[in-house]
Design a protein. Structure first.
Length: 290
């Protein structure tokens, strides 16, 4: 048995700080009639620079069956008998769940599985990366699913979004959430929760206070653990993200690493420019180092 790992480009693996052999399936970004492939036709920096000046709210199209088929066939040629795909949370995009239904019928000569990461961005990427490390060590598909489920439960993430119109327009946040369009000076703290949904955690006045709040939330949810990977995520706010990471590193004693990562255009199309977020992954008792 040889296990191959694939993931979609919302995972951030395009910008991953560690070497890997995970195959990345591509999403398209649609600016009206213009169609761009994430990571091929446009980078994250180019995307957020364009978003700052564009009046068009972009949409995305999920990886096609043909796109996924291409990677499956390549992995089969490398001798893979089993393939696990790591998509963005089923509760953020239906394509992963749909692929789970049809995948077993689509691919001949290989066992195909889909793991619901219930997350996105670099947290999704790290889950796939952990799976790849386990696969190289000879773990079975069932063992990888069990370990990645535990890994998933050890992940938490909070965000501050400057402009909610992207989340509302693309259906990721309800327009009836009280403050939308009415309280312009309120910066909601959003959580990517354990079900893989974006929810309003609480409302905070001013961006500065919202940032202080997500710092507090992440630190409080991590203080009982010895080894934690902290991720500072951003859309077009690299310098501020670096400063936030520096602050966070000085406030905790259990950080294995504090990394800064851009959010890919695939996700950025739904949350807009100017987002700052902090995530953490508990590394205690993992079977393999990440």
């Amino acid at each position: 048995m040889k296990i191959g790992i694939t993931a979609d480009c919302s995972s951030g693996l395009e910008y991953f700080p560690h070497p890997h052999n995970i195959r990345i399936t591509r999403t398209t970004i649609n600016f009206g009639k213009e169609v761009l492939t994430d990571g091929v036709d446009i980078t994250a920096d180019q995307f957020y620079q364009r978003l700052k000046t564009s009046e068009t709210i972009p949409t995305t199209s999920a990886p096609t069956p043909g796109e996924i088929m291409k990677h499956v066939e390549d992995l089969k040629k490398e001798g893979c008998t089993d393939i696990i795909h790591f998509p963005i949370s089923f509760n953020l995009s239906a394509y992963g769940e749909n692929l789970q239904v049809i995948g077993k019928e689509m691919f001949d000569g290989v066992n195909f599985y889909v793991f619901d990461t219930k997350t996105a961005c670099m947290m999704e990427g790290y889950n796939a990366y952990y799976a790849e490390k386990l696969a190289k060590k000879g773990y079975t598909v069932q063992e990888i699913f069990a370990e990645c489920s535990r890994f998933r439960q050890n992940t938490a993430a909070f965000f501050v979004v400057d402009d909610l119109k992207y989340l509302v327009k693309n259906g990721r946040l309800s327009a009836t959430a009280g403050f939308v369009g009415n309280l312009a000076n309120v910066k909601p703290v959003l959580e990517l929760n354990r079900e893989g949904r974006i929810i309003t955690y609480e409302k905070v006045r001013t961006h500065r206070r919202a940032i202080e709040r997500i710092l507090s939330l992440i630190i409080n949810r991590s203080q009982d653990y010895d080894k934690v990977l902290y991720l500072v995520l951003h859309t077009g706010r690299f310098e501020e993200a670096k400063e936030l990471a520096k602050r966070l590193e000085g406030m905790v004693t259990n950080a294995k690493r504090v990394e800064v990562s851009t959010i890919t255009p695939t996700v950025g199309a739904h949350i807009g420019c100017g987002v700052l977020g902090i995530a953490r992954i508990i590394l205690d008792e993992l079977r393999e180092e990440v």
